[in-house]
Design a protein around this ligand. Structure first.
Ligand code: ATP
Ligand code: MG
Length: 592
């Protein structure tokens, strides 16, 4: 069942790619096409009826309890993208009702991520905590209207009273306290008279409702902790469901977009706003969350990976966090394109990682310079080249974009090629180098290998070759040399470390795989790929890369797309592999 749905998700993404590629080639110069979806249909309909005065105001409401991931990027692109397209506004609002899990480090990173994706929020950044006073006043109003009460059941008792999916709940014995009693108790909760858990404020709705969210949900609880925005001002904090709808209404949000798991909360969203008669009543619309295979999109689990040092921080390039993707070399344009491609639906599914990689490859193909970098060097001595000879060669930075100019590099007697480009016993039709065979050095001469030098363990440590002086920029006389390999001069190249990344998990859906062990929440860790990072510490990069800055990206010819990492020093450049040249998820790993 699972693998079928994954397969169909994969097929779907492939199909989307094919159709998109076909239409891209037909409409290369036309403007960005807007792909409609059910949310746009609703908005179009609302606009045509002049609902909300023809305005659109959305919001992106993260909880500052971790770094944002690619799923949030989908929500950001949706909310800010709609605001752009409909000439509306999108607020950035921190849903900060859980002070003990929140941190201003997260607030800063979230603002950074939204800006990096290329969006700007309307006005000042907003916080649900800005509305604590109003939320409190509204809670008092609910009490006065007989629609909220202070409950003293213990957590265990409350659970028992709540009932189950098949069984109605029972009314709390505190449900019929007088308004005066409730007002007094709520005030004393606020004054800090009770301990955490001793009292809560609950909405009085319906303990027999088939929707458990309506069985007198808690709307305020006691938490004796400092808040990153409000300090020690409060020791009672409003619950998410109550806070969210009120915040939306106070900001005049017209369409409140959230993920499908909130569908069952919508009746509560509407109930609260109906009772309070807020100045406006936003429409909650749910859409499917983004899931990507071979990774996880849950802040809690990402935090666990970070806290337990399974990876190296929130911006580890293996993570699907926005900061990880950015460090990995993803561009804002590629993530926005990805978000457009996957679309917005009401059906949960798993998107293939190949689709995300397709988007970055498409972007970088057109925008980044080419360079040569030998990731796993093998020394080659070209005996026909004089000891001290240096020949300056050059090549375009981009094969199709002359405006990017040319780069130069030196050819010398000792060069490096990649270990994987030589085989002592070549398989049939092998096009790279082997003894007695010729190969072209990219942007340089054709060379022929004569001898192999090995160390005591039998490992090949050096090749002896000669070059054909009549092959620079032209085909060799009377024979065909099909293979082309990349290389760098020993003397004129830069030491580099290349970090190769592979999938973070070995399971397509680590969450589902982990669900088989209900006893423990950390089983998803069992599926971490131990080989998700390979460090190639002795790579050599062509001279033209001297002086590159963190974030500069390249196509290393025949290897893939790489970006310069912030760990680079003046002694050693560090590059992250963003993505290979081909779709490695489809297991087409061969080099050309
Ligand atoms: P997580 O489960 O990772 O903690 P969350 O939903 O608790 O995610 P929030 O900070 O509350 O995280 O999310 C902010 C917004 O981003 C919400 O509107 C939420 O619906 C949306 N969002 C979160 N995860 C996804 C996802 N995987 N796909 C699409 N939207 C998402
Ligand atoms: Mg949340």
């Amino acid at each position: 069942m699972l693998s079928n749905s994954l397969k169909s998700a994969h097929l779907l993404s492939l199909l989307t790619e094919i159709i998109q590629t076909m239409s891209d080639t037909n409409t290369q110069t036309t403007e960005k096409k807007v792909i409609s979806n059910f949310i746009r249909h609703i908005i179009d309909e609302d606009m045509s009826q002049n609902k909300n005065g023809g305005k659109l105001i959305t919001r992106f409401p993260p909880e500052p309890n971790g770094y944002l991931h690619i799923g949030h990027a989908k929500s950001i692109c949706l909310n800010f993208g709609l605001a752009e397209d409909y000439n509306g506004m999108c607020n950035l609002r921190f849903d900060d009702t859980n002070p003990e899990k929140e941190d201003s480090e997260y607030i800063d990173s979230i603002m950074d991520d939204v800006k990096w994706l290329g969006y700007s929020w309307a006005g000042e950044v907003k916080y649900a905590s800005d509305y604590f006073a109003q939320l409190y006043a509204y809670a008092v109003q609910l009490i006065k209207q007989g629609q909220a009460y202070v409950c003293s059941l213990t957590a265990d008792e409350a659970r028992e009273y709540r009932g189950s999916l098949t069984q109605a709940g029972k009314n709390s014995p505190y449900r019929d306290q007088s308004v005066e009693q409730n007002l007094d108790l709520f005030e004393r909760m606020k004054q800090g008279e009770f301990n955490e858990g001793e009292r809560v404020l609950r909405a009085k709705i319906d303990m027999a409702s088939p929707n458990i969210n309506l069985r007198d949900p808690i709307i305020y609880r006691i938490r004796k902790v400092e808040h990153h925005q409000t300090g020690k001002e409060w020791c009672i904090y409003p619950m998410y469901d109550y806070t969210h709808c009120v915040s939306d209404a106070l900001e005049g949000i017209t369409h409140s977009l959230c993920t499908l798991e909130f569908e069952d909360h919508r009746p509560l969203y509407d109930w609260v706003l109906d009772q309070l008669q807020t100045p406006c009543h936003p429409q909650q619309i749910e859409f499917a969350r983004l899931n990507l295979n071979y990774t996880i999109t849950s802040k809690r689990k990402l935090k666990q990976l970070v806290d337990e040092n399974h990876i190296n921080g929130w911006d580890d390039p293996r993570l699907p966090t926005i900061s990880g993707l950015r460090r990995r070399g993803y561009t804002p344009a590629s993530i926005r394109e990805f978000s457009d491609r996957i679309g917005v639906t009401k059906v949960d599914g798993v998107v293939d990682m190949g689709t995300l990689e397709f988007c970055i490859r498409e972007d970088l193909e057109h925008t980044v310079a080419r360079a040569m970098c030998v990731i796993d060097p093998l020394k080659v001595v070209i005996e026909s080249f004089a000891d001290d000879a240096v020949e300056e060669l050059s090549a375009p930075r981009h094969p199709k974009d002359e405006s990017m100019g040319r780069r130069s590099f030196n050819m010398t007697r000792v060069i490096y090629i990649d270990q994987s480009d030589f085989e002592e016993v070549p398989p049939p039709k092998y096009r790279r180098l082997s003894v007695g065979k010729e190969v072209r050095l990219r942007n340089s001469y054709v060379i022929k290998c004569h001898a192999v030098i090995k160390d005591e363990q039998g490992k090949i440590i050096e090749l002896r070759c000669t070059h054909d002086t009549d092959t620079l920029g032209k085909k060799p006389e009377g024979r065909k040399v099909k293979g082309v390999i990349h290389w760098v001069s020993e003397k004129y190249s830069l030491p580099a470390e290349v970090r190769l990344y592979d999938r973070l998990f070995n399971e397509e859906n680590p969450d589902d795989a982990a669900k088989k062990h209900e006893d423990d929440n950390s089983h998803f860790l069992d599926f971490l790929n131990p080989d998700s990072l390979t460090i190639m510490a002795n790579a050599r990069a062509e001279m033209s890369l001297a002086g590159v800055q963190a974030g500069d990206s390249f196509q290393f010819e025949r290897e893939g797309y790489f970006t310069t990492d912030k760990d680079s020093t003046s002694d050693k450049l560090v590059f992250n592999r963003t993505v290979g040249l081909r779709d490695s998820w489809a297991k087409i790993g061969s080099k050309t």
